[in-house]
Design a protein around this ligand. Structure first.
Ligand SMILES: Cc1cc2nc3c(=O)[nH]c(=O)nc-3n(C[C@H](O)[C@H](O)[C@H](O)COP(=O)(O)OP(=O)(O)OC[C@H]3O[C@@H](n4cnc5c(N)ncnc54)[C@H](O)[C@@H]3O)c2cc1C
Length: 464
């Protein structure tokens, strides 16, 4: 009999696990209560990047005057923006669903929870997705499984001092697109999500105020990288409330008042909460099943197994690195582990070597060791930095802002990490990510014959 796997949650972790496990011969059931593709498609990565893409086009048009072109003044159209987000979501959702169907994964539209060690109960959605299989005349079904994969993701954290209404006080779930383009948006939280919102709405012409609880935006990033972003925000007229913690959000008439603990108040037309997320672990039957959690996240070992060896957790619920790319890779690793591929040489996930990007202007990306951390640890490293202004392609692009920084081992030349600030940083970082993951040296990069003119030449220069 084939190995039976029940997966709860159809985001990147769940659907990737389902595809791989089915490909490896398992009989897979995937249960999703909203849409296949998960929050990543519905509220997070996909719509945010779709809207940032529009913002990027606006920024580009605002910079064409130095390229021998007349000025164009773009106007963001709310309805068009919404259609674009929906179109991209549908394209991606359909392609994931078709892939799952082609692998004979059974899809069920409904809410699931564990009701026994090897049993998952599904309450069917009344309006099931057309691809969902449900038992006729029944409202629920119990699925028996040899293995259970929990991939239920996370949702925005809502503090007790703010009440999101979806009209003026928003979380990321209300913002793609928002009910209207705000005249003045107050963004609370300066992590990755917060700064992406600042960039997006500033590009759309909104006034923006950012509440920054520390003395640096992106508190976990290299200070030089964060400073480049702060400088850009200030240049675009974004007001920064540094070292201020919001502690009250109140709607008065058409305005939102955001009070901070240092006595300052930011007043805007809308406020957006971007202060982290909480795991979707309530109501999953974890405690009853004896699955250990910490602050709601499932505690997992290096194979992503929970305290019950046949139950795995992946994606945001695993409390590791909340990135879609990481969630997908975890899903794949779980499929391989369940199906016995781990007896072959099997690399565990090394979260310290995951590349990540921030889709702001300038774009930011990094991987591996950060210069500031190396310094704090007293570790000897070689740091080489090259500005975008030396690149022919950057000049051609009419955008010479930014730099490439490579951190390597001074004795061996092995590349330990790197940061890129500037256009296409999210694409360029893949070369450094490969180098960090494959322990390549600066000489390997410097000796590669790259394209000219291309921004990637900056990597070879920084590696010299
Ligand atoms: C605004 C924003 C932008 C982001 N941008 C990026 C980005 O650019 N790049 C990147 O790598 N990461 C990004 N992320 C992070 C990324 O979205 C998450 O890390 C990723 O979605 C996690 O995938 P997942 O599979 O764990 O969960 P999700 O994508 O959250 O999917 C979980 C699914 O489980 C379902 N579910 C939950 N409970 C049940 C239940 N009981 N029964 C049935 N179904 C259930 C949910 O409906 C959901 O569809 C962003 C996050 C945010 C908030």
């Amino acid at each position: 009999m084939a190995t039976r796997i029940a997966i709860i949650g159809g985001g990147p972790a769940g659907h990737t696990c389902a595809t791989y496990a089915a490909r490896l011969g398992a009989e897979v059931t995937l249960i999703e209560r909203d849409i296949i593709g998960g929050a990543a498609h519905l509220w997070d990565c996909v719509p945010s990047k779709a809207m940032i893409g529009t913002g990027g086009a606006v920024s580009f048009l605002n910079r064409i005057s130095g390229m021998g072109l007349d000025d164009v003044v773009p106007k963001v159209e709310h309805e068009g923006l919404r259609d674009r987000v929906t179109y991209i979501e549908n394209c991606l959702g359909n392609s994931v669903t078709n892939l799952l169907i082609s692998q004979q994964v059974r899809l069920i539209s409904g809410e699931a929870r564990m009701i026994g060690l090897n049993e998952v109960e599904v309450i069917f959605n009344e309006q099931a997705d057309e691809n969902s299989t449900k038992v006729a005349n029944k409202t629920s079904e119990v699925i028996k499984a040899d293995y259970v994969v929990l991939a239920t993701g996370s949702r925005p954290r809502v503090p007790n001092w703010a009440e999101p209404d979806g009209e003026r006080v928003l979380t990321t779930r209300h913002a793609y697109p928002p009910p209207e383009i705000p005249k003045h948006l107050v963004v609370i939280g300066s992590g990755v999500t917060g700064v992406e919102f600042v960039h997006m709405f500033a590009s759309f012409g909104a006034e923006v105020t950012l509440i920054v609880s520390r003395q640096q935006v992106l508190p976990n990033k290299d200070p030089e990288v964060a400073a480049a972003l702060e400088e850009n925000f200030i240049g675009r007229g974004v007001k920064l409330f540094m070292g201020a913690r919001a502690n009250k959000v109140e709607v008065i008439g058409d305005c939102v008042w955001v009070q901070c603990d240092d006595g300052r108040t930011a007043v805007g037309s809308h406020a957006l909460l971007a202060i982290g997320s909480v795991p979707n672990s309530d109501g999953l039957g974890l405690e009853e099943a004896g699955i250990k959690t910490e602050n709601g996240y499932v505690v997992v070992d290096h194979n992503l197994r929970s305290s019950l060896p046949h139950v795995y957790a992946a994606g945001d619920l695993s409390g590791k690195l909340p990135l879609s790319s990481v969630a997908s890779m975890q899903g794949r690793k779980i499929a391989e582990h369940i199906m016995g591929l781990h007896v072959r040489p099997h690399k565990h996930m090394d979260y310290d070597k995951a590349a990540s990007a921030i889709f702001t202007e300038p774009e930011i990306a990094d991987v591996g060791l950060v210069e500031a951390d190396a310094f704090a640890e007293g570790r000897k490293v070689r740091v080489t930095k090259v500005p975008f202004s030396v690149s022919a392609k950057a000049l051609i692009n009419n955008d010479t802002r930014g730099f490439v920084k490579i951190i390597s081992d001074p004795a061996t030349g092995v590349i330990l990490g790197g940061s890129i600030v500037g256009r296409h940083a999210a694409e360029l970082i893949s070369v450094l990510a490969l180098a960090v993951n494959a322990s390549l040296t600066v000489v390997d990069i410097a000796n590669s014959l790259l394209v000219h003119p291309a921004l990637s030449e900056l990597l070879a220069e920084a590696a010299e």
